[in-house]
Design a protein around this ligand. Structure first.
Ligand code: ADP
Ligand code: MG
Length: 253
């Protein structure tokens, strides 16, 4: 059975999508069969692996709202071993449309059960909110990776996320674990980054990944080419660190 990992933090711009795309691609590069699931209406993870959203006929929206067979939505990507369930802007309405549907929190979980045994890892890129889309992701997942940006107020909002996680654990998914906090966008030239690392480690202790993601321009350029960094520039620091993260994730089992 594939391990399902949600990349989540209700703050925008902390590196969720960058991590979803590049962790998925690096796991695939290391020979794992990977499914990336985009549940952010912005669909940035989808374009990040070369999906042209204009060509997408059925996306995650159709699974969640219309009970479409999940197999019909899976697409191949630019990366060998990596498939994706894309998101398009139609998903923007789902948060509201789901409110009145039966078993609205478990729709993603139910759909993924049909295909989970075909993958080693299923990575879910969450939107920047704690609404029903994120709740669906948390309910479907075995574990979470929480990207935290190395800057002021890094820990702000995390208590709200953690209390949502506890509610999901209590009522919807008692298997859910926090695998780890991933420090992102470290600017090694400033002391601030070091302070944030210490603060986050004090709070989360051994739940912080040893791999820390630095700022790397290749990571921000790669999406405009529809490529994960491991294909865009395999020798870059960005590719190296996401490979390290993938190895840590595999080691954690
Ligand atoms: P989120 O999905 O949490 O909103 P993104 O992954 O989209 O965050 O990242 C926000 C922006 O920062 C994007 O433009 C992305 O390219 C850029 N970015 C993310 N991680 C890095 C990094 N390590 N180095 C440089 N730019 C980054
Ligand atoms: Mg994103």
């Amino acid at each position: 059975m594939g391990k399902i990992i949600a990349i989540t933090n209700q703050k925008g711009g902390v590196g969720k999508t960058t991590t979803s795309v590049n962790l998925s691609a690096c796991l695939a590069y290391l020979g794992k069969k990977v499914l990336l699931v985009d549940i952010d209406p912005q669909g940035n993870a989808s374009s990040g692996v070369g999906i042209n959203k204009g060509d997408v006929e059925q996306c995650i929206y159709d699974i969640l709202v219309d009970d479409v067979d999940i197999r019909l939505t899976i697409k191949e990507t630019t990366v060998e071993n990596l498939s994706i369930i894309p998101a398009t802007i139609s998903l923007a309405g789902a948060e509201i449309e789901l409110v009145s549907t039966i078993s609205r929190e478990v729709r993603l979980k139910k759909a993924l059960q049909d295909i989970q045994d075909q993958y080693d890892f299923i990575i879910i890129d969450c939107p920047p909110s704690l609404g029903l889309l994120t709740i669906n992701a948390l309910t479907a997942s075995d574990s979470l990776i929480i990207p935290v940006q190395c800057e002021y107020y890094a820990l702000e909002g995390l208590s709200q996320l953690l209390s949502t996680v506890r509610l999901v654990q209590k009522h919807l998914n008692n298997r859910l674990l926090i695998d780890g906090v991933l420090l992102t966008m470290l600017d090694a030239r400033t002391n601030l980054g070091i302070q944030v690392i210490e603060e986050v480690k004090k709070y989360f202790q051994d739940k912080v990944y040893s791999t820390i993601i630095p700022r790397n321009v290749r990571l921000s350029e790669a999406p405009s080419h529809g490529l994960p960094v491991i294909l865009y520039d395999p020798k870059s620091r960005g590719a190296e660190v996401y490979l390290d993260l993938a190895k840590e994730v595999i080691k954690n089992g």
